[in-house]
Each structure stands twice: as C-alpha cells, then as structure tokens.
Design a protein around this ligand. Structure first.
Ligand code: BGC
Length: 919
C-alpha cells in the first residue's frame, strides 16, 4: 500500500530521476534566456557598437530552434508588439547566436530594448524572453565637447626612495551647478594615463586601472558610468585622480617617456523636465600634484602620504584657491575615441593570508598561499610619521627572505606614511604587483602581526568563469588551478606574458598559444576581440605585427609571435561562432602573410624569430633561449600556418577568389617546406632533428600523407630519446597533445603529462608551483632559483595544455564553430579514475563526467539545446551499452552510428544522459 509519505518519496524519486538521468526533458514554451549582444555583453551601459549582434540560449529540454523573432525598441513599453527600431519577423533558421541587427540606425547615447522568442524543432512557439537592453556610449569623436586637461608640465620626477623617475599623481576638480532634479546622468571619461573619478566625495565605479591599455596613438577607449545617484540638484563637484599608467610611465623597451598624463571628462545630465546639460573638462578646472598619492607607477609601486590628505577635495565645500590652473591639451584628430569594448579590471578575488612569519624585528612576511596579480590590502596599526613599507615577492629564498631578483628593475614597493597613530586600511590605486608573499615593515611594533593584517586583492578584467575541471588526480587538479591562476594573473586588460617584472607586456606569441585554453576557462570572448582590435591598430604599414601589442618596441617582428594576427581571430571565431572577428581581421591577416612573403625567397622565410622559446636542454649556438629547431623551419612552418588560417577565414567569409589564390599559395609553401626541411624518408634534413620540427610539420599539416607517415617514427624516436619527456619550448609544447592524438598515440601524451621529473608540468608542481612558471625549473628544491635573466613564476604559455585537458581528458571538444556540433570523447588512461568538466558554451552548458569503478565505465553528459553531439564511449562492445539505467536501443535522442571493438559511437541530441559500459 502506498501511504502519503511513500507517495511523496516515490514522486520525489521519479522527479529526481527524470531530472538527472533522463536523456529527454522538455520544458515547453519557456522563453529564451541569457540574452547577450555582440561578444557576450549583458545589458551594457556605454556599449561600443551601433551595429550589434544578438544571441540567446534556449532553455534546457528544448531540442532545437526552427525560427526566431526579434523585437527591438526605443522603449520597453513598445515591446514586443510595437517595436519601433526593428522587428525581424519570424525568421526560419536555427541560428541563435550573433544575429545581425538590421533596424534603424542607432546613435550615441541611445538606449535600446529587445526581446526574442523562438519556435522549437517541432514548430512550437515559445514565450517572449525577458527584456534586455543596451545603451550606447559616445561613438564618435564629434560627440566630445570636453577638452583634454592636465596640470602644466607635469613630467616624471626623480623619486629618491626607489631611484626611479615617476609622475606625481594629479588631483583635478571642478564645481558644477546642477540646475534641476535629475532623471539620469552619465559620466563619459577617459585618460591618457589612469584615472579615478569622484563625485561629491564618492568614488565613481569600482573598477581599477581605467581606461586600460590600447594603442593610444590610434585608439583610446572611453568609459561610461551611470552616475545618476551620485548627483543632486544644486552644487556638485567632480574630482579626478590622474596617474601615469601605461601611457606615461616607463615600460619595457621604453625607459622613461616625456609624456604627461591627461584626462577627458564629460558629464551629461538629463533633467526630469527633459532638458539636458553637459559639463566638461576644460581650462576652468583646477588641479594640484600635492595630494596624498605622491606618485604611482605600474612597475615601481605607489607612495601614499596621509599628511597630504585633502579632506573633501572632491566636494563643493573644498577651498581650492591654492590649486593651480590646468591647461587644455590637444591630441591628434586621427586618434579614435571609442567606448571600451570589454570589461574593465576590478578586484575579483580576495585572498586571505595563510601564515605569517617574522624575518627580523619589525619585518614580517605574509604568505597568501597562492601566487597572484593585483594589490595587497593592509589593515594595520601605525605610528605617526613612521613609514610603512610593503614589498612583494612570488617566492621566498631559502633563508625565508623574499626573492625579488626576478622582478628585475621593477621596484614593486608601496609606501604609506601615517599622519597619526591608529589603525589604517589601505591599498594602492594605480599600480599592481605579481606576488604571493607580502613583506611588511614600519607598522606599530607594539602590536603583534596577525593574518588579518594583509590580504591579496586579485585584480583582472571582469569576466566570468566558464569552465570547471576536476579529476581523481590531485596534481592534475593543481595543474588546472595553476593554469586558471595563470589566466587571472595575466588577463589584466590585455593578455600579458607575466605580471611582476619590468615587462607585463602583450607578448603576441604567448597569447596565441594560450587562447584556446583561456576560452575554456573564462568568458574572454570580448577580451580577445578587444585586444585583436589593438593588434589591427598596431599592424605596421608593411603588414608586420609587433612582438608586443600594444606596440612599445616599434621595430621587431618574430614568426610564431606575429601569427597572433591569424590565430586569435580564428580561435575566437571557432570557439564562439562569432564571424565578426574574422570579417574585421581578414585584411590584417592578408597583410601579415604578405609580410612573410616579403621576407621569403621561394617561400622559405628568413626573418627574426624567438624560435621554440625556452626549449629545455637547448644548445643553440648564440642564444640558448631560442631552442634548437631550425629558425627558417620555424618561420616557414608558421608562414604556412598563417596562410592556412587566412584560407580558412576566406572560406568562412565566402571569398571564393581569395580561397583559390590562398590554396595555391599554401600548397606552394608546403612544397617548398618539404623540399627544404625534410628528406624523402620523413626525417628532418635541415638543422637539428627536434621534437618541435616534427610537431610543426605534422601539427600544421605541412607534409604529404606519405611523408607524414614516415615522419611519425622519427618524432616518436625523438620523444623516446628524451625518455618520453618533452623537449619543446613555447611554440612546440602546445603542439604535443594535438599531434600525439592525431597520430593515435595519446598514451604517450598522457605519460608525458603525468611525468614527475624535469621537464614536465608536475615537475614545477613538485617544486611548489601555484601558477604556471616561465620555465619548468624556475625554482627547484635542489638547486634553488634558475639563474636565467627571465624567471617569472606567473607565465601562462605552458598552460596551453589546458585545452587538451578539457577537450580530450574530459572530452569536450567543439567540432563546428561555437559548439554547434560537439565531440564528447573522453580519453581514458594514465592514473585517472574519474574526470568531471563543464563548459558554458554559447548554446548552454556542455558537460562530461566520467568514472571507472569495478571495471565499469560511466559517463554523464549534458548536450546543450540547438546543438548535436557525437559521443564516444569506450567499452567491450560485445557487451551491452547501458543508457539511463537500461540496455541501450536506438531512440530519438541517441543513435548508435558506429561500433568498433573498443568503442561505441553515438549521435546524441540535446539533453542529459548517463552511459555505462563494461571495460
Ligand atoms: C617574455 C616572453 C616572450 C619573450 C619573447 C620574454 O621576455 O616574457 O614570454 O614571449 O620574451 O621571446
């Protein structure tokens, strides 16, 4: 008999099972969700693009979309039936990503509302989505009435404490009279340098290091803040702090600049009565460089003198009669002012101190347990006039002292000079550091340091995490964590090589090898699209791409680095499905391959290259950092790679004439490559036989199929010679996994990945790594610190293995752009008994969780709506396959398409499934 209690339990089990273990689960009629525009923006204010694209997700349970309808209006009240800007009408297509806006022309400042609905695969119509919106920023230079301002002649000054020249921080202010009650107000602002705006004593926004780093001579990004709640009728004050930042500070390849920071601000107020008023930065403002932040430099740190505080300096009560007149500056009309096209940097994670140790009397080291980039917040007792000194390090020396040698010339030290005894809470504003350890001295020595005194504010561009990965193996999980922290530490507005030494630059080579992994970890679509715009901005007249972007060096070019111009757009497109980056970048790609051509003779490229950078055991005759793979081989292989990606792009864009031209171009390069660098027996004929030479030839598909078959044993021999260790640098390492997979030897890759000895991923973990290191042996317990001049403990390049961890170990691989088709084919092997990963794809969550228990393999998968997946289940195929607890037979959701001796291949429609097979 079923009593009520049992009935509830029974119903619960049924519901539970159908939620988690059913392949099919229909939620009819629900509207689309997660509405985004362009590169993944949700309801942005100050949006950059008057021609956006629209994307949405279908609710779980829906199989696919057969049509959509979009309604776009100037007011939410007009939606969905009276949309005045655009009504797409019912469009029969399964496209739910990046649908081009095709309505009325949109203008700067315009606020636009939109809704979407879809018809599912059975033709059933959904409800309308919730209303989303976007508000455009100032799209044109002509929208700006404001003037660039700064204090006159504000040049960098010598700072004795740090032996560096740094700009003092400027404080600028203006009282304004707001005539009436406010409906809304926007502050449009940017700087050449870094700014923090204040209104009536309150900071505007919680982002830092704004506006970020672009190619300032071409394009300066502007920000829009909704400041409606910070203003009121009557007297108000706008204040701005202005620091040197990337624009005016020293940078690698640029010791000191003569530049002075400047700011541009325009406050636009709409009154309740509908009238508008604009307040601008101009020479009626006043300023001083005698405020509490004495100076602030990205490499060298910040100095705060509390004695110089100016209470209320950004309020209308403040007396600024001792302040100075500012001057109006002019910048070239050619420089485009455009709204920032990705999120600003902010504090994303706060790390508490794990332990504190005393070095010498009054000098303590706080360990956060995790290497990171950002600033340290101190909450400490201080004594009037006794200067607090805060130093940083990624590592400790054997005697417990902080190790700062690897910062090279970056002083990376903050100071705080107290005006009175008491407790202070402080962190710097216009600098950042790469660190795990914080050394503190100068605090009130009567107090005993506590962990709560110091925390680490990890700062990076404000994007969400999109992937999760965990496994039964502790070190593999640590590796995943190290890769993620490598990203967090180096996605500070632009992709940097490292966040700590006197470098922190947009090294193109590092970026191009890491992009696929980064797109698994976080929603960095707009981050890459934005940086790619700077790559385009900085492309030189001869088509060459600088080694770092934004360009600082102004001269050098390297193969494997400049290829960011082709790899970044291609990977971004392939992993998001957004064609726009291909359209925008195609000419740049052509320019880059033309440059290669101009540097080549019969397609063999002779140009500078950093080569297979930092290959272990290199015996390069002049610069061991360059690795041993023949430089012309590296050049020509990457030349071919870039032509290939340009060709693929031309195909996607339907540029048929170009496709033909590029096909023959590519095949000429391949022939030249084969003749020049390979023997007919498949061995390398020029330069040293290295893993990377074979990896490039096979990985970039440069050999004929026959030659490739012959080359494989040579590659395997190179690997065997190294006892199945890698002998690859920045360029070769990312090719190991895809190539070993392609030649059906993923077992070797697994062995390499799980190696504990040098050089290997786990080797660094065994030496204590909590981020990716620049070198596998940046530090060893046995020999201490690597003596090399470059020794960063936060360099994401070798984190490129993350892609394979997601794609093969977990088995989540896009087959068609944007994950329209997915391959879920987990790779078993090594010591792993279980792996779980999920990825928030453009269509929704795709996931794979597998485990092996008692000879049985179990795989739980999620395939998002509007996609299809091929799922490969390992097992003894003479035994049956179990689907959701029962013997599998073909059904509408899952079809067997192939069975070999050791695996089942299935075609799977959206939904969740649990597969079991006997191993
Ligand atoms: C950077 C690298 C970069 C390299 C060029 C280094 O100083 O830190 O990551 O790619 O120079 O070879």
């Amino acid at each position: 008999m079923i009593n009520n209690q049992n009935l509830v339990t029974y119903l619960f089990i049924v519901v539970f099972l159908s939620t988690f273990f059913s392949c099919q689960k229909a939620t009819k009629n629900q509207g689309p969700y997660d509405l985004k525009i362009s590169e993944g923006f949700t309801n942005p204010v100050g949006f950059y693009n008057g021609n956006p694209t629209f994307s949405w997700k279908l609710p779980e349970g829906v199989q696919g979309q057969s049509a959509y309808s979009l309604a776009v209006a100037s007011s939410p009240d007009l939606l969905p039936d009276n949309a005045d800007l655009w009504e797409s009408g019912q469009v029969d297509t399964n496209q739910s990503l990046f649908v081009n806006y095709d309505g009325e022309k949109l203008a700067s400042r315009q606020k636009v509302y939109w809704q979407v609905k879809y018809w599912d695969s059975e033709g059933e119509e959904s409800k309308w989505s919730e209303t989303a919106f976007f508000e455009l920023g100032l799209l044109n230079n002509s929208d700006w009435q404001a003037k660039w301002i700064s204090l006159p002649n504000e040049k960098a000054v010598d700072i004795a404490e740090i032996g560096r020249k740094v700009h003092k921080v400027q404080y600028l202010r203006k009282n304004i009279k707001v005539q009436d009650d406010i409906e809304s107000a926007r502050l449009y602002i940017t700087a050449l340098g870094l700014f923090q705006a204040h209104l009536n004593g309150k900071p505007v926004g919680d982002d830092v290091l704004t506006p970020g780093w672009t190619s300032y001579k071409n394009r300066i990004e502007t920000l829009t803040y909704d400041v409606s709640s910070l203003l009121a009728k009557g007297e108000n004050t706008l204040g701005i702090e202005l620091a040197e930042g990337w624009y005016a500070g020293r940078l690698i390849f640029r010791r000191y600049s003569n530049r002075s920071p400047q700011v541009l601000a325009q406050l636009e107020v709409t009154y309740k009565n509908g009238e508008q008023e604009t307040f601008i930065s101009d020479n009626s403002w006043k300023g001083t460089a005698n405020g509490p932040i004495l100076y602030s430099s990205l490499y060298d740190g910040e100095y705060y003198d509390a004695n110089m505080e100016m209470p209320g300096w950004s309020t209308s009560d403040f007396d600024d009669s001792a302040w100075f007149e500012v001057v109006e500056e002019s910048i070239s009309e050619e420089v485009k002012l455009t709204p920032k096209r990705h999120t600003t940097v902010t504090t994303k994670i706060t790390l508490p101190t794990k332990s504190v140790s005393e070095r010498t009397k009054g000098n303590f080291v706080f360990d956060l347990g995790q290497n990171m980039a950002g600033v340290a917040k101190v909450n400490i007792p201080v004594k009037k006039g006794q200067r607090v000194k805060i130093r940083f390090a990624e590592m400790l020396q054997s005697n417990g002292e902080i190790y700062t040698k690897n910062y090279r010339s970056a002083v990376s030290t903050d100071f705080y000079l107290p005006a009175k005894d008491g407790q202070i809470e402080w962190y710097p504003k216009f600098t950042f550091h790469g660190f795990r350890y914080v050394e503190l001295s100068g605090f009130d020595e009567n107090a005993t340091p506590e962990k709560s005194w110091v925390s680490g504010l990890a700062q990076y561009s404000d994007f969400d995490k999109s992937g999760t990965f965990s496994s039964s193996h502790r070190k593999l999980n640590q590796l995943q964590s190290n890769i993620e922290w490598g990203l967090r530490g180096n996605f500070l507005d632009i992709p940097t090589d490292c966040p700590q030494r006197d470098e922190r630059a947009g090294w193109t080579g590092d970026a191009q090898v890491f992009i696929p992994t980064s797109l698994f970890i976080a929603d960095v679509h707009s981050f890459w699209a934005s940086w790619m715009q700077t790559v385009r901005d900085d492309q030189r007249g001869n088509g060459s791409i600088p080694i770092v972007v934004p360009d600082i060096d102004g001269r050098r070019v390297s193969s494997g680095w400049g290829d960011a111009a082709t790899v970044i757009p291609w990977e971004t497109y392939f992993r998001t499905g957004d064609k726009e980056i291909l359209e925008d970048s195609y000419q740049t790609m052509l320019g880059w391959i033309d440059f290669y051509k101009s540097e080549s003779e019969n397609h063999i490229v002779e140009m500078f290259t950093y080569g297979d950078w930092l290959q272990p055991f290199s015996e390069h005759p002049t610069d061991e950092r360059k690795g041993e793979t023949d430089e012309k081989l590296v050049n020509t292989a990457y030349y071919a790679r870039s032509v290939d990606l340009t060709l693929k792009t031309a195909e996607v864009l339907g540029l048929n004439d170009d496709v033909e031209m590029l096909q023959s171009w590519l095949s000429e390069i391949k022939t030249a490559f084969q003749n020049q660098f390979f023997n007919a027996n498949g061995s390398v004929s020029r330069g040293k036989s290295t893993q990377t030479a074979y990896l490039m030839a096979i990985g970039f598909n440069l050999l004929t199929p026959e030659m490739e078959e012959k080359a494989v044993p040579y590659l395997l021999a190179e690997i065997a010679k190294a006892d199945n260790h890698l002998r690859t640098g920045f360029l070769g390492t990312p090719l190991l996994a895809p190539v070993l997979d392609e030649i059906d030897r993923p077992d070797i890759m697994l062995e390499m990945l799980f190696k504990e000895t040098y050089p290997s991923w786990f080797y660094s973990i065994n030496q204590g790594a909590t981020t990716m290191w620049e070198r596998w042996n940046s530090y060893t317990h046995k020999d201490g610190f690597n003596p090399g001049g470059m020794n960063s403990f936060n360099h994401y390049a070798y984190g490129a293995i993350g892609q394979w961890m997601y794609e093969r170990i977990a088995g989540l691989k896009p087959v068609k752009p944007g994950y329209k088709e997915i391959l879920i084919a987990p790779l078993l092997g090594g010591p792993l008994t279980s792996v779980e990963a999920s990825y928030n794809s453009p269509y929704g969550i795709v996931s794979s969780a597998w485990k092996i228990e008692n000879g049985m393999f179990e795989l739980k998968t999620t395939v998002p709506p509007n996609t299809t997946a091929k799922i490969v289940i390992p097992g003894i195929t003479s035994e049956s396959l179990i689907l959701d607890g029962i013997d599998f037979t073909d059904n509408a959701q899952v079809k067997l398409i192939k069975k070999t001796e050791k695996e089942f291949e299935l075609e799977v429609q959206p939904g969740r499934c649990v597969f079991e097979s006997k191993l």
